[in-house]
Design a protein around this ligand. Structure first.
Ligand SMILES: N[C@@H](CCC(=O)N[C@@H](CS)C(=O)NCC(=O)O)C(=O)O
Length: 221
């Protein structure tokens, strides 16, 4: 199999969701980092007209794709033939899709907005308050869903669980160092335990370490 090319950025969590899925499925891939200043211009917009990361090129199937959720579904449907990270059964198959949609529409954009407003040099208290509340609300939704269970769907870790890792793991940075990890862990113990379980998976560990390394090569965000 030829390696898939993953267009990524050291800081942006969305491409790292795809890296975790690629890595967890044992799919060979190579990463190309694209500077944020180049994503809205050719040649990158010829690959992703929306000018955002991630995007992939899979030479094995002659396809290029963008939008992390669509890429994850493509990888799962094409390469998870053993159903290691997914289900064929009803209703589990649809429930994993439900959680992935919630991740891409409910977690990513809100956490991303909080990160963006936190990094602004002019103080934006209304925006910071709104998105901080959303981060807590989304984490609360996950915490309730995980009550009495290990994984979001069924009895195994799926792509739906793994897709939440990079954004949830970046809360310290997103909140500009104001994130109290211990208080958050005791307020949302189910999410804390779930994140720890996922971060112990060797592939997740390896990808998060790769991200850490790429971020330190890039310097402080
Ligand atoms: N809905 C998109 C969001 C992608 C996205 O916002 N990517 C960020 C990095 S995590 C990005 O490319 N930001 C650069 C920019 O918007 O200029 C997806 O899930 O793929």
């Amino acid at each position: 199999m030829q390696p898939i090319t993953l267009y990524s950025h050291p800081l942006g969590p969305n491409p790292w969701k795809v890296a975790i899925i690629l890595s967890s499925l044992g799919i060979p891939y190579e990463t190309v980092f694209v500077d944020f200043k180049d994503v809205k211009n050719p040649p990158f917009i010829d690959l992703n007209p929306n000018g955002r990361l991630p995007a992939i090129i899979d030479p094995n199937k002659d396809i290029q794709l963008w939008e992390s959720g669509a890429i994850i579904i493509y990888l799962i449907e094409t390469y998870d033939v053993a159903r290691d990270l997914s289900y064929d059964s009803f209703p589990e198959r649809f429930l994993t899709h439900q959680w992935l949609h919630f991740q891409t529409s409910g977690q990513g954009p809100y956490y991303g907005q909080l990160g963006w407003f936190t990094r602004q040099t002019t103080n934006q208290p209304v925006a910071i308050e709104r998105y901080t509340n959303e981060v807590r609300r989304v984490t609360g939704v996950l915490d309730r869903a995980l009550s009495g269970r290990q994984w979001l769907v069924g009895d195994k870790c799926t792509f739906a669980d793994l897709a939440f890792v990079p954004w949830q793991d970046m809360l310290c940075l997103i909140m500009g160092g104001k994130h109290d990890e211990e208080a958050f862990a005791s307020e949302f113990p189910n999410v804390h335990g779930w994140m720890e379980r996922m971060k112990q998976r060797p592939e997740v560990k390896r990808v998060l370490q790769e991200k850490e390394n790429a971020m330190s090569m890039m310097g402080n965000p």
